[in-house]
Write a protein that binds this ligand. Structure first.
Ligand code: NAP
Ligand code: GDP
Length: 325
């Protein structure tokens, strides 16, 4: 069989880096969308960390520039497209709602349109999110739970989600939406709560800082490891039929308990260092998320392999190593 080509938007992000690594191991040719940034050396830090920067091809373009997507797909003829690019930070979406709608919402439709124009047989993955459940309508969220977005980010993702479903139903395209619950790793952006905690714990452990300022520590999330979750993305595109799947661990934990794991790992007492800071509360909160991954398990044969404890300890250790070097 000839080598497959995968085109990844958001290749420089957390999931893009792990997905690239997985697809390279499967002998794919991996190409990625590289939006113009002033410091291209910093943009590749995650691919560098995994040691795969030289094995992927970064192609200039932007999710908001339909022409660039059409040009890349025409020239490079991907078999699979993974749309992971987004303004992905919920809190920033209240400050930049129009940018979030344009990149995260319209950007996804630009990808779908480019595929429809260039080759509607290309298989597409859309990075949907548990944030779409927002004010949860059922205690455990499945593929049939009604959505109730609570942020401009979630509303933009919901639009992209329904457009993905719509292109499948309208044009018979192979478009899948993965409703992924929060997933983290040493490559997580530092503004997200897990990485903010593990970086702060590493700094306190090394004597470089003394406090950690957080917002709502009663919020609960279903946290998994990004390395496990990108496997589910790939599996979705290998099925006979396109469909949507919840990807989650089935366990929910408070921010407080997650932070306690990190502090305990280096024998620190969290109460001595934690400061609650109203600056980190949000205009509207998603209090609790808990996913049911039964469909992904039975249809894709997928399940989460990494426990929250192991993941948080891996992240603390990685942050300590990074700070030491
Ligand atoms: P991430 O680390 O924030 O990565 C986002 C990527 O999108 C980066 O490569 C970023 O490039 C790129 N990007 C931003 N604006 C762009 C534009 N205008 N054109 C092209 N690319 C652009 O996100 P992630 O954690 O890997 O998540 C991957 C996807 O899954 C995102 O769509 C996210 O919303 C979604 N998701 C994530 C989670 C989670 O818990 N991680 C859960 C559910 C869904 P720069 O770095 O150069 O800006
Ligand atoms: P999200 O679920 O995509 O918004 O992921 P985050 O990691 O940004 O936030 C997860 C939860 O942690 C949310 O309920 C936040 O309100 C809560 N949280 C509490 N303190 C903080 C903080 O200092 N930073 C962030 N990012 N989240 C915090």
């Amino acid at each position: 069989m000839s080598q497959k080509t995968a085109f990844i938007t958001g290749i420089t992000g957390q999931d893009g880096a792990y997905l690239s690594q997985l697809l390279l191991q499967k002998d794919y040719r991996v190409i990625g969308l590289a939006p113009r940034r002033s410091s291209s050396d910093l943009a590749n830090w995650r691919l560098d960390w995994l040691g795969i920067t030289d094995q992927v091809e970064l192609l200039e373009g932007d999710l908001t520039d339909l022409a660039s997507l059409i040009r890349i797909m025409t020239e490079h003829k991907p078999d699979e497209v993974y749309n992971l690019g987004a303004q992905s930070f919920v809190k920033a979406s209240w400050q930049q709602p129009i940018l979030t709608g344009t990149v995260t919402g319209i950007g996804a439709v630009n990808v779908l349109e480019a595929v429809r124009i260039v080759n509607p047989a290309i298989r597409c993955y859309q990075a949907s999110t548990s944030e779409m459940y927002g004010l949860v309508q059922e205690p455990v969220q499945t593929e049939t739970t009604p959505f109730y977005p609570r942020s401009p980010y979630a509303a933009a993702k919901l639009y992209a989600h329904w457009m993905t479903v719509n292109y499948r139903e309208s044009f018979g395209m192979f478009t899948c939406s993965g409703v992924l619950f929060n997933h983290e790793s040493p490559l997580r952006g530092i503004e997200f709560v897990t990485r903010k905690v593990t970086d702060a714990v590493a700094r306190i452990h090394l004597g470089l800082a003394d406090e950690l300022r957080l917002g709502n520590i009663d919020a609960k999330r279903d946290w998994g490891h990004a390395r496990d979750y990108v496997r589910a993305m790939w599996l979705m595109l290998q099925q006979d039929k396109a469909d949507d799947y919840v990807v989650a661990t089935g366990r929910t934990t408070t921010v407080r308990e997650m932070a306690e794991i990190a502090f305990r790992h280096v024998d620190l007492n969290m109460e001595r260092h934690l400061v609650i800071d109203p600056a980190f509360f949000r205009p509207a909160e998603v209090d609790i998320l808990l996913g049911d991954p039964t469909k992904a398990k039975t249809t894709l044969g997928w399940s989460a392999e990494t426990s929250l404890e192991n993941m948080i300890c891996e992240m603390v250790d990685a942050d300590i190593a990074r700070l030491k070097s």
